[in-house]
Design a protein around this ligand. Structure first.
Ligand code: NAD
Ligand code: UFG
Length: 344
């Protein structure tokens, strides 16, 4: 028997792929999203790919308790919540910190209060590898000191702390998943990452250059203390990340409460920006014109997960290669040059 799961932010990049994996695993879903950074078309395609319509949508803001009441009541008792709804742009968080504290922290607080009220205390929370700040010990294990260096990461760490306190206060079961860098798309090319405007992140920028939508990639910094001078990250295929959520939820639902888990979700492999560009060129046969430019303010030289705890606790490991990340991300870009919007 499947469970009934509430997914906040389920129309977004990671949320849409996770909804598909959950539907395929037989769960019934309620998605709450205000479509601030997503398109309802993503959810239509998720249902189409799953071949069934077990997904109800509540359009609204996670900071509003009446919207949450509607989501908790729309199908019957909710067994667990996956909380994706939030903001994620580092630079924007520096420019507008109050918005980040409001949406990310206050949104999570209002959600947790609604969960208490509706007797649902099982939660998977989207945290980030940026909580580690600028570490100098690799790979990163979960017990390393956290030292976030921008408001985005500070809000995520604050939510982790709020959830730890909840687990100390009552019968909660919580998993904080610290994602490394999710990229790629579902292999069908029907759902993928659809950033509004100029992409902040490497992968969507690179695929838009490949498609001719942007002229050249700018590589931010080639003087980092890494093998080729460009920044290192742990890129993970979004389908591996999506699968980590189903496994985490199944695990939590079997745990006695209270239970708190903090897990890195990455591959354990660090790749530089040039490694990614070379990998993309090899996977697609295309050429990415690029310029080496100044470092981007706020970037750290390296983030790379130790994924051992997730393997031990959940039996989960990332399975997909850089080649698959590139091939699937490119297939999505080619089939959807303007994302979910229709080309003019
Ligand atoms: P996304 O922007 O594609 O998805 C977030 C979704 O939440 C969107 O559908 C958006 O419309 C919705 N949303 C935003 N504010 C809302 C609000 N107030 N009420 C209701 N819905 C709201 O982002 P994503 O890449 O899918 O990330 C999902 C989560 O994972 C976010 O919390 C993000 O901070 C976190 N995260 C992302 C990354 C990454 O690199 N993509 C890395 C680490 C953590
Ligand atoms: N980069 C470029 N050119 C670009 C974009 C990025 O060279 O046009 C470089 C960056 O300098 C960095 C690497 O590519 O070295 C990755 O940058 P991204 O912007 O793709 O990703 P970040 O690691 O900066 O941050 C992302 C998300 C955060 C999330 C974090 C988790 O934006 O929300 O991954 O590790 F928290």
């Amino acid at each position: 028997m499947g469970s009934r799961i509430l997914i906040t932010g389920g129309a977004g990049f990671i949320g849409s792929h996770t909804c598909l994996v959950l539907l395929d695993a037989g769960h019934e879903l309620v998605v709450l999203d205000n479509f601030d950074n997503s398109n309802p078309e993503a959810l239509k395609r998720v249902e189409e790919l799953a071949g069934r319509g077990a997904l109800s949508v509540v359009e609204g803001d996670v900071r509003q308790s009446d919207v949450l009441d509607q989501a908790f009541r729309c199908k019957g008792p909710i067994d667990g919540v996956i909380h994706f709804a939030g903001l994620k742009a580092v630079g924007e968080s520096v420019a507008d910190p109050l918005r980040y504290w409001d949406v990310n922290l206050n949104g999570s607080r209002v959600l947790a209060a609604a969960m208490e009220q509706h007797g649902c205390r099982t939660l998977v929370f989207s945290s980030t590898s940026t909580v580690y700040g600028e570490p100098d010990q690799f790979p990163l294990t979960e017990e390393l000191t956290t030292a976030p260096v921008h408001p985005y990461a500070q809000t995520k760490l604050a939510v982790e702390q709020m959830l730890q306190a909840l687990c100390r206060s009552g019968a909660w079961r919580v998993a904080c998943l610290r994602y490394f860098n999710p990229v790629g798309a579902h292999p069908s090319g029907r759902i993928g990452e659809d950033p509004l405007g100029i992409p902040n992140n490497l992968f969507p920028f690179m695929t838009q250059v490949a498609a001719g939508r942007r002229e050249r990639l700018q590589i931010f910094g080639n003087d980092y203390p890494t093998h080729d001078g460009t920044g290192i990250r742990d890129y993970i295929h979004v389908m591996d990340l999506a699968e980590a959520h189903t496994v985490t939820l199944d695990h939590l639902l079997k745990q006695p409460a209270p239970s708190i888990l903090t897990l890195n979700i990455g591959t354990g492999t660090g790749l530089s920006v040039l490694d990614v560009v070379n990998g993309f060129e090899a996977a697609t046969g295309l050429t990415i014109p690029y310029d080496l430019v100044e470092r981007r303010p706020g970037d750290v030289p390296r983030l790379q997960a130790c994924p051992e705890r997730a393997k031990t606790v959940l039996g989960w490991t990332a399975r997909r290669s850089l080649e698959e990340m590139c091939r699937d991300g490119w297939a999505w870009q080619q089939a959807n040059p303007m994302g979910y919007r229709k080309p003019a």
